[in-house]
Ligand binder design. Sequence first.
Ligand code: SF4
Length: 241
Amino acid sequence: MADVHSFESMAALDGEGLRYAIFLTGCPLRCWYCHNPDAWFPSGKNVTAEQAFQKARRFKPYFKHGGGVTFSGGEPLLNADFINETAELLHGEGIGYCLDTSGSVPLTDSVRKALDRADMVILDVKFPDPERYRLYTGGDFSRFIEIGRYCTKIGARLWLRTVVVPGINDSEADMEQYAALVKEFKFERYELLGFHTMGFFKYENLQITNPLANVAAMDRDRLDELQRYLNSILHPQSKGN
Ligand code: SF4
């Protein structure tokens, strides 16, 4: 049983092919740029693994070209037992799953199992050093490192993602730090996402402080420039494209 924020069918945003996303509530982090603060709190919608499986199964015909279920959140790995239970049922139907995680949980046996059996893992690389990680997320950097290393060790298909926020992590020097940090991980792609303001209304509705209320959305051209720069460090042979 897990508390679910929402279910959503979507294109390849969070994994390959058509995804059926299960957003679970609860998160150990409080990222300043979070656009889903409503997922921090229980929704009261408790769902069993069987119910989640039945909902996802309806989309099976569309799960071609690597599609499947994505467990997201919040932090889905807070509910690793639920994921494992649901995965058991999904695998019985030949449906795989992707984990969209911040890597902010301890690496328990249950979390290992969820990572071991995932088709792929999308891991947020929040900040490249423990100090900023702590300041801007409230979380423990070493947990993220441990999960990144574990994914590398088991040969998980790993996609990395970083939200770039104006004035916080949007310099070339930041990209160099990120590139140095992920050097020890084996990953397929590393995508930068621009900070946006579309979730601001949720802070107002929840009456919680939005620490970035005065920050503008990330400029698209600048984001592209940073992505090219990051790529050029990660893949020097391909001239950054
Ligand atoms: S990990 Fe995700 S859900 Fe949790 S606070 Fe950060 S951005 Fe929000």
